[in-house]
Design a protein around this ligand. Structure first.
Ligand code: GLU
Length: 638
């Protein structure tokens, strides 16, 4: 890696020097101003200054690509291209994943960015090891359970979202830095160069960006810094085709590129975050009640990412690795798969397979709601939940002839592990199951999958939680803050114990489920999805579709989704497209009540995946339709 690393550094240096930067006079001033179809929508062909600059002429966006060496799939063409660019210049999958995430922070700022956090799962081919890098946002040291209550009642979810109170200490920059330091070949300064260029030169607003801005319109109009960045004259969204620039974010990335993570967690960026949380920049006269939060500079300075062992389980002939706590994703996926393993899929119809998938997911969600929380605060019965014997006992609760009409209670996983109850002083498990504080459709979060020629794989889900996070751009720094703390459970009574209750310094339970699948000791699949708690069901449905129903991976990703998360009335969410399938009819005849997810925004799970084929090729897959389609590319086409 030594020589390519040097070449890459030289190339990136060239790409960012003033002689090679596009002539700024040619680009429209500010965030917009060009008409749709304006020539300025294409990046300057001189960008990069070197022959072979992948961004000089953007390729057509494609949701699948098969080839050799490395591969990448993200929700956005420039994000994928940034990863492929790094791979082609000799960087590894970790370098490429961080480069892609940096660009997505610019082009997909409502889903992810340095104001948020995430979970990165990495397969290190040299070591034949999978590690998990938790850079989940964390509750500030002065936040208490009572902070989320007023007059004895919980503050409404939608009010908490747009507030300083719901902002967790951001983990992304520390996560990127740790990932690169431990497993990358490049530094932050190198991998952020393309993101800086895209933020400065701008990119054309597409329909997804416009839709996302529209859905955030009321709160962006109420927050001065968000209005200045994301809205045009008259406080309206920029139309499709506008060149959107974010020089403030470019400046923040430059500070990080030059000063490392400290430039974010200490000094003027940290001070600006604290100010935005404690004194949200609300438009004078706005009717929006934006509550202040309690982050201190010491919270930012003290933030730590965590390297955790990846969670491992088996399903039929496969070994899966995923994220353990504080994400519930890996555990819930594993438990549901253990339940499904008891059925011979080859003898079942697709409707029978889906019926069992929904039943397994319902039981897994009952346990997820009752037992899971930050492992540094809660002794969760993970061993019991993952035990095959537990699944064997619990499988009997899946009625093969009829769909349930009520929520399932949690089981007793403690009986299936040697340590039978929570250790003294730790939060006890709650007695009731729930699907979590909120269940939304897929308008937030993003998943990046990248592999390199050496066989390293990164499956990385990153987020600022809600679409547009808490709606507050840090003034002068160009990024939205997260509202991740709304992922805590907020029971009617603040003193009722719950493993996912608010506590200072705690990480809220997540659903993010980056996954890497092996067969016969070799990686065969890497995948993940956005979508709140539907992340779990999306990953599960893709695995069931691919492994049990034999769908090619691109079809499994594209398939209309159906999602059961142990809702109180037994109802199951389905995408509108699912409702007109023969499977929907078959499920209805078994008593399933399918609610149209279209009423909550329509889409569930714009996932991405990589399939490592038996002939040595790799197939990168992004979403063909959801979020107007993602981008998949390979380093070397066949
Ligand atoms: N906050 C969610 C989680 O950690 C991710 C955001 C989303 O996709 O809704 O599970």
């Amino acid at each position: 890696m030594k020589t390519p690393r040097l070449l890459l550094a030289l190339f990136l240096l060239c790409a960012s020097c003033s002689a090679c930067r596009p002539d700024e006079r040619l680009a429209p001033v500010g965030h917009g101003g060009s008409a749709p179809g304006d020539a300025g929508a294409e990046p300057d062909a001189t960008e990069g200054g070197a022959e072979g600059d992948l961004f000089a002429r953007l390729p057509e966006i494609a949701p699948t690509a098969t080839g050799r060496r490395g591969a990448a799939a993200t929700v956005d063409l420039r994000g994928t291209l940034a990863a492929i660019e790094i791979l082609k210049r000799g960087g590894n999958a970790v370098d490429a994943a961080v480069a892609a995430a940096g660009v997505l922070g610019v082009t997909d700022p409502f889903s992810c960015g340095i104001g948020g956090g995430g979970f990165m799962l990495v397969y290190l081919a040299g070591e034949d090891e999978v590690i998990a890098l938790d850079h989940r946002e964390t509750a500030p040291s002065r936040l208490e359970a009572r902070s989320f209550y007023e007059d004895g009642a919980p503050i409404a979810f939608n009010e908490l979202v747009t507030s300083g109170l719901s902002v967790g200490v951001p983990g992304t920059v520390r996560g990127w830095s740790e990932a690169l330091r431990r497993h990358g070949t490049l530094g932050l300064g190198d991998v952020l160069k393309r993101a800086i260029q895209v933020a400065e030169a701008g990119f054309d607003v597409d329909q997804t960006f416009l839709d996302q801005t529209r859905r955030n319109l009321a709160r962006f109009q109420a927050i001065t810094s968000s209005k200045a960045l994301f809205l045009g004259p008259g406080g309206e969204p920029w139309p499709v085709g506008t060149i959107f620039k974010n020089p403030d974010l470019a400046g923040t990335y430059r500070l990080i590129a030059e000063g490392g993570e400290k430039a974010f967690y200490e000094g003027r960026v940290a001070e600006a975050i604290v100010a935005a949380v404690k004194s949200p920049p609300v438009e004078p006269g706005s009717a929006l009640d934006v509550r202040a939060g309690v982050i201190e500079l010491s919270d930012l300075q003290g933030y730590e990412a965590r390297v955790r062992p990846a969670l491992s389980t088996t399903y039929r002939d496969y070994t899966l690795y995923g994220l353990g706590l504080p994400s519930s994703g890996g555990i819930a996926v594993a438990e549901a798969l253990n339940l499904l393993e008891g059925y011979d899929a080859a003898t079942l119809t697709p409707v029978e397979v889906l019926h069992r998938y929904l039943g397994a997911s319902r039981l897994a969600f009952a346990d997820r709601g009752a037992f899971l929380g930050d492992p540094e605060f809660v002794d969760a019965p993970v061993k019991g939940l993952l035990s095959k014997d537990y699944a064997d006992a619990r499988r009997a609760l899946i009625d093969l002839a009829e769909a349930p009409s009520a929520a399932a209670p949690p089981g007793d996983p403690y009986a299936f592990q040697s340590d039978p109850s929570p250790a003294p002083g730790r939060a006890p498990a709650a007695s009731g199951g729930d699907a979590g504080p909120r269940d939304a459709s897929d308008n937030e979060t993003t998943h990046i999958t990248v592999s390199d020629a050496a066989g390293n794989i990164v499956s990385y889900t990153c987020t600022i939680e809600y679409e547009g996070g808490n709606g507050i751009v840090v003034p002068g720094y160009g990024f939205l803050l997260n509202n991740e703390l709304t992922d805590f459970n907020i029971p009617p009574d603040p003193s009722s114990p719950h493993p996912n209750a608010v506590e200072p310094g705690k990480r809220p339970r997540s659903s993010m489920s980056p996954t890497i699948v092996f067969k016969d000791g070799k990686p065969v699949l890497a995948l993940g999805s956005p979508g709140g708690s539907t992340i779990i069901t999306t990953v599960l449905q893709i695995l069931v579709g691919h492994i049990d129903l034999g769908l090619p991976i691109d079809s499994a990703l594209a398939a209309p989704r159906v999602s059961q998360r142990n809702s109180g009335d037994g109802a199951t969410d389905a995408e509108t497209a699912f409702l007109s399938t023969p499977e929907a009819e078959g499920l209805a005849s078994l008593g399933h009540v399918l609610s149209d997810a279209g009423t909550m925004g329509g889409e569930i799970g714009a996932a991405t995946a990589l399939r490592f084929n038996g002939d040595g090729t790799v197939t990168a897959v992004a979403e063909p339709v959801r979020r107007h389609g993602g981008s998949a590319m390979v380093e070397q086409e066949r």
